[in-house]
Every structure is written in C-alpha cells, then in structure tokens.
Design a protein around this ligand. Structure first.
Ligand code: 0WD
Ligand code: CA
Length: 377
C-alpha cells in the first residue's frame, strides 16, 4: 500500500516542461503501514586504493578496534591526503563492479527493472520528509531495463560547497581521524612515532565499498556504499554485512538543545546504515579541541524505537519509507519507458561498444514541498 498524495500532481506550465510533482507525505499520523524495505543481500565488494584506482577485492577493508578515549582527533591533519573533488566519478565504481559480476556469471539480474545508485542518494530521498534546509537535484536515465540515478551537482553549487567545506576542513577531518583511531588495516603495525591507537594517516581516496541488492516494496534496488570497517579478527576475510560497522563523530552533548540536534541527526545515521544492512553505528563524542571524550554504540535497527520513546520524537520511519517508495515509483513509471533499448530496439546489438542516446530526467527536491520530475533532454 502506498500513501495517496493529498492533492493532484501538478502538471506544471505545459508550454515549458511537463513536470510530475510529488508532495511530501504528512509527517505525523494517519499513514497506512509503509512498504517494506527488504533485507539487503550482498552482491560484491571493491576497494579504492590510495591512488583512487579500483581493486575488486577487500584490500581497503579495515578491522574495528575501539579508539582510545582522550585521543586527539586533529592528529595528522597536516599529513592528510584528500580525494580530488574536481573529478566527478558518476556511478563508475558501482557500474564497473556490476559489470564484473555479470561477466563472471554471478549476476542475478541486478540491472533489471529497478534503480541502481549510490546508497547516499537513497538516504537523501528517504530523509527528505524531515529535511527543512538542504534541497538537492539528481539525474535519472534508463538503460537496459534499469534506472540509473546520480547526484546532479552543477559546478557553481559544487564550488560553493567546497568553500563552505574549507572553513570546516578541520572539523570534517576529525571524522576521518576518528576512523583511523578506530580501525586497523590487514597489514597494520603500530608505528613507534605515532600516537597510541593511530591506524595510519588519512587518505580519503581509500574506500571500501559494498554493493547490495534490496527492494522497497516491489521496486528492486541495487546500491553501492562505503563501509567503514568490520568487527572481526585482524587479518580474517570479510565475514559479511552482519559484521559491518559505521563510524560517526559528534560534539559532546552538554545541554537539551544539543541533545535534540543529535536526535535529529540520528535519522540520517539510521537511514544510511539501514539501507546497506550495516547493523551497528559507533559514535565518538569529542570536545571543541577535538579530544575524544566518550563513545556510544547504537544498534541500527533499534534507533527508530529509541526515537519513538522520546517525549517529542523529531522523526519516524513511516513517512521516510512511504516517500522513498512514492519517489521511486514516480521515477520508474516515467523514466523506465524511455529506455533507448525499449524505444530503439535496433540499437541493442551495438550497446556493448556504443551507448545509444538516453533520455535525461531531473529529480529535484525542494525542502518542505516535495519533488519534481521532468525531462531535460
Ligand atoms: O557527489 C558525488 N559525486 C558523490 C559521490 C556523492 C556521494 C557519494 N559519492 C561516492 C563516494 O566517493 C563513494 O565512492 O559514492 C561512493 C559511496 O558513497 P555512499 O556510501 O553512497 O556515500 P554516503 O552514504 O553519502 O557517505 C558515506 C561516506 C561518508 O562518510 P560519513 O561517515 O560522513 O557518512 O562516503 C564518504 C564519506 O566519508 N563520501 C565521500 N567521499 C568522497 N567524495 C563523498 C564524496 N563526494 N560523499 C561521501
Ligand atoms: Ca562514517
């Protein structure tokens, strides 16, 4: 069952563009039970190495080891290496890994009938009913029976974001430093000169990605996302999603307002981990100087119950799941039929070496309003 948009979809000014509008679901009561999000199943994993190249294995997987309380999360800041954000990788790593899976005959139709994207895109759609500040835009195209969805980040917006980020460079670095203090790689040896617990200098090129298959209601999903580490013996092979872990940092909570802000943030943490099937989130709390003061473990699946038990819960899961299902229904309904392999079946034989022109769609979210879907070419 899906929620019924309370008012008719606005067709928009027809002379300009045909727009399909979907309003946000009511965030309070009276929603029917939401469509189920299926338990994610692992398809494959891959690693980005220090030079950002891809290795189709678990080279970049790390093992959890609790960060020492009192460690300094600004440690190593001057020695960090950052990924070149100028390079737009689109869905490259995910597509490359799916191609490999199919080539090796391990595929189970990941590329048919649903949506293929980064987990981060689905997190954004799912949390949109409770987002009152940041809008976003995505691009959708259909190819070979699936919809590919990616962030649309025009260069001005990206430049603005980078500028904002540069003033937050140290704060965001502290998140990576917490990861380093909380993990060790397969071949790690504690360096004599490094501080206690340090897992190695930060290089944001390095990522370990998991590719999963799931579904929201009847809509298949294939998602790729970064996983921080696993809870298993150092050097052991990947034990599977049930042992994965997400790491987060937060300022220490000293008053009710900060507590309320953290409860709001837990929506994004929950959605991000839930979507990929990561069962545990470890949050490190730091002071203004970047010293780790405490940490707390959250079971991903318990977070919604914890929030529901608060006197004024800032969010709940039904609007998020309804909205995700409604948005992806809208996208698959309109975008899938524009698959060039459906509209121009004669190009099918040449698809291996030359992609046919695809119809490009834009999905645009305006906070507190809803999403619009329209064709841009
Ligand atoms: O705008 C782009 N081109 C994006 C690229 C947006 C989102 C993701 N990506 C890429 C990432 O580089 C990565 O290879 O997609 C892949 C996986 O992304 P995801 O797991 O779907 O991303 P998300 O769930 O938004 O974030 C997970 C982590 C973040 O950790 P925290 O703890 O802050 O949630 O991925 C990292 C970040 O560490 N991350 C990125 N790293 C480099 N470039 C980016 C990015 N643009 N976005 C997130
Ligand atoms: Ca993280």
């Amino acid at each position: 069952m899906t929620y019924q948009p309370p008012f008719k979809r606005d067709p928009g000014p027809s002379s300009v563009k045909q727009t399909h509008f979907l309003p946000l679901p009511p965030s309070t009561h009276d929603l029917p039970p939401p469509p189920a999000y299926h338990l994610p199943a692992l398809i494959t994993t891959y690693s980005h190495l220090p030079d950002r190249s891809i290795s189709h294995d678990d080279t970049s997987m790390t093992y959890y080891r609790p960060a020492p309380i009192g460690c300094d999360l600004s440690y190593g800041f001057e020695r960090r290496t950052e990924r070149d954000e100028e390079v737009d990788e689109h869905l490259d790593g995910l597509c490359e890994s799916l191609e490999k899976v199919e080539r090796e005959g391990q595929g189970k139709g990941e590329r048919r009938g649903g949506v293929i994207t980064w987990r981060g895109m689905i997190t954004r759609i799912m949390t949109a009913p409770f987002e009152d500040r940041d809008g976003w835009q995505m691009t959708a195209i259909a190819l070979d029976g699936s919809v590919y969805l990616e962030l649309y980040d025009p260069s001005e917006a990206r430049a603005r974001k980078r500028q904002q980020e540069s003033s937050w460079a140290l704060q965001s670095y502290m998140g990576y430093a917490f990861e380093s203090f909380s993990t060790v790689s397969r071949d790690h040896t504690d360096e004599e000169n490094a501080v206690k617990g340090w897992g190695g200098d930060v290089n944001t090129n390095v990522q370990w990605c998991n590719v999963i298959r799931s579904a929201i209601g009847e809509i298949p999903l294939c998602l790729g996302g970064e996983v921080d580490c696993v809870r298993s013996e150092i050097g052991s092979s990947y034990p599977g999603l049930s042992e994965t872990m997400e790491l987060k940092t937060n300022k220490i909570i000293e008053n009710e307002r900060q507590d309320a802000v953290f409860h709001k943030k837990l929506l994004k943490h929950w959605a991000q981990s839930w979507l990929l099937g990561v069962p545990e989130i470890q949050v490190g709390f730091r002071d203004d100087a970047g010293i780790l003061r405490s940490q707390k473990r959250f079971e991903t699946e318990s977070i919604p119950r914890f929030i529901a038990a608060l006197p004024n819960p800032p969010w709940s899961t039904p609007p998020a799941l309804h909205f995700l299902h409604a948005v992806l229904s809208l996208v698959t309904t309109h975008v899938l039929p524009t698959d060039p392999l459906v509209t121009q079946p004669e190009v099918r034989s040449s698809v291996q070496d030359k992609l046919p022109p695809a119809t490009v769609w834009r999905l645009s979210f305006v906070p507190r309003r809803g999403v619009e879907l329209y064709k841009i070419g």
